[in-house]
Each structure stands twice: as structure tokens, then as C-alpha cells.
Design a protein around this ligand. Sequence first.
Ligand code: CAA
Length: 391
Amino acid sequence: MNQDATELSATGMDFSLSEEHLMIKDMARDFAKNELLPGVIERDENQKFPKELINRMGELGFFGMMADPQYGGGGLDAISYVLAMEEIAKVDASAAVMMSVNNSLVCWGLQEFGSEAQKEKYLTPLAKGEVIGAFCLSEPEAGSDATSQKTTAVDMGDHYLLNGTKNWITNGSTASTYLVFAQTDASKRTHGINVFIVEKNTPGFSIGPKENKLGIRGSDTHSLMFTDVRVPKENRIGADGFGFTFAMKTLAGGRIGIAAQALGIASGAFERSVAYAKERKTFGKPIADHQSIQFKLADMNTQIEAARLLTLKAAWLKDTHQDYVTASSTAKLFASKVAMDTTIEAVQIHGGYGYVREFHVERMMRDAKITQIYEGTSEIQKIVISRALLK
Ligand code: CAA
């Protein structure tokens, strides 16, 4: 046995999933098939996600999977989360993004960096899925360049006064608890940014109209406006100036969730393509008998398998308390490209049927695009990866 192989076996490399992982995957798959699939086309068309369905996802524990059971969470690992996200996103990418933001940005951030009082008051209902959270970093002029926050928070002694606008906020109107980033001292650049917990009905806080989006149309995306919003000092998360680090740390985990969402969109489109290829006949035989289709399926499967391994590896690094920043960016960069490429091929395999709503794959193609944009564009992921390589 050579040195590398010895090392691999000594670290116990194992690609099999535990019984518990398989159970979670099956549970998510059943839920997606039985409760998300009916109505997914209407939700996309009408841009509405029924409250009852959000409540149902909460009851089943999909919104606080990794949060500590002490605060009402599922206490599961990141691998379980990835498995569930893939199954949900296979059917409804809009449901998957609500889940991703609540689990890996809002709940994880509060659990890791919130005070005991913040965890009791805010994390517990969020982890139980009784309410939903939103992560409010992006602004009209601060998307990729997250450091350039224009929203301000002025220290007034026992409270801060928030003023500014946030853009493209997932769960914008559904949420009750908002994590809002603001500049408290622009001269300190990243160290002058803070993050605050803002409750929905706080005076001066208003929600703009719903964005009319290309994809993930079932999820609600809004701009948010803050005009002299009083936020109690105890609602600042962490020490003064911790906000940007909070954003970077939560996004590193969030990107594993988006990689899993992208993986789900790709594998959902792939499963539909295999089924369709066996059914649809041209030139006297199922299109699956044509080599042009067989090769497409082989390529799609290869890409998806690689995306799955990268995503699970990032989750495993997180679960084993190793550095996962580069791995999560790598997984997101790759899986989101696979989602885009695979869904385009899925539409091609479906031909004319692929171009109409009833066959789902056109929606998946529209949904896929956002995974290359939010929680850091593909270009931002390349910055994160290359900086780590060259440091
Ligand atoms: N963990 C801890 N600290 C980190 C970090 C990490 N992963 N990454 C960076 N930092 C620290 C740096 O060490 C640095 O600290 P110092 O100032 O003490 O040196 C500080 O943060 C600033 O880092 P940079 O100098 O690298 O900052 P930058 O201005 O060059 O920007 C960036 C870095 C990676 C481009 C960052 O701005 C970024 O990630 N941008 C993308 C933002 C993003 O992903 N937005 C998504 C919006 S949220 C969303 O989409 C949610 C949704 O609704 C779906």
C-alpha cells in the first residue's frame, strides 16, 4: 500500500451515509413529492407561497435543522442539511431558499454569535419554524462589494437609530426577524459595520413591493426601508464592529446551503430528463436509445456527482470543525454552474415540451440562474478561492 492510501484508510474515508442520514433524505424526498410538488407551478406563476405550507415546513423541522435542540432546533449535522436541501430543491427551489436563509444564515449566525438572551428570544422561535428570518446585507449599491454599506446605525446610548435601504431580501415580507447590517463608523471600514436584530413591526421599518423575478418566484424578495428605526442596544450581535466578520462567517456556511440547492435543481432536472427520455419516442424508438441523448445524460450525471461530492465535502469539513471557507465557495461555484448547464440540457432533451410550464424543466432552468448570483456571485467565489490559494 502506498503512503497516500495508508493515510486515506487511517482517516477512515467513507462515502456511505448513516441510517439517520438516509432517513432524513427519505423524509425530505417524501415531503417534497407529496406536499411541495402539487402547486409548484402555480406558486411560480403567482409568486405566492402559502403560509400553511411554510408552517408545515416549520412543523417538520426544516427551518432549524442544525440549531441546538436546547433552542428548539433539530441538532442535526450539515450533511443532513445538505441531503434535505437537495431533495427539497429537486422539486421546489423557492422552498429551498427560504430554508437555506433561515437555517444557515439566520439560525446558525444567532446560535454561534448571539447572546444567551438573543438566543432565547429570537433563535428559539426561528429554529422551531414558528417564525422566519431574513438576512439583510445587500443594498442598492452594495451587493458583491458588501463592505460599502450605506445603511447607518447611530449610537444613541441605549439604542441605535437605523437609516437606509436593503435590496433583494429573501423572505422579505414573510420574515418576522431581520438581521440587518449597518455602518456605525465608516472610517473603520469593515470594522465599523454591525449587525442588528430588527423585529418586523418596529416603527420606521417598511417593506417595499415584491420583486418580479426570473426564477425562484415562489420565494418573496423585497427591498426594505429603515427610517429612524430604534433598535435596542441589546439587539446588536457581538462586540462593536463585529458585523462584517459575522456576515463572512455566516455566508461561508450559507454557501454550502446554496450549493445544495443548486445540486437539487440539477438532480431534479436530471431525474425528469431520464424519465422523459425513456418515455418519449422519435424515429420509432425511445429517445433514450439515441446516443446523442445517452451522452447528454452521462455528462449530466458526471457533473452532478462531482457537485454532490464537493458539497458533501464542504458539509463534512464544517461538521468536523475544519476550515470550510474555500470548500464552500468551491462547492457553490461548481454546483451552481452544474445547475445552469444541466437544466439547459434538460430543456433541450425535453424539446418543445421542455419549453412549457407543465414539464417543470423550464422553471428549473430559470431557478438555476440565481444560484450563480446570490450569497456571493460566481466571481466572488473565485475571489475567495484564489485569495486562499495565493495567501
Ligand atoms: N471569516 C472571517 N473573516 C473574514 C472572512 C471569513 N470567511 N472573509 C473575510 N474576512 C475578514 C477579512 O479577514 C478582513 O478582515 P480585516 O479587515 O481585519 O483584515 C475583512 O473580513 C474584510 O475582508 P476583505 O479585505 O477580504 O474584504 P473585501 O472588501 O475585499 O471583500 C468579499 C471580501 C469576499 C468580496 C466580500 O465582500 C464578499 O463576500 N462579498 C459578497 C457578499 C455576498 O455574498 N452577498 C450575498 C448577500 S446575502 C444573500 O444573498 C442572502 C439571500 O437572501 C439569499
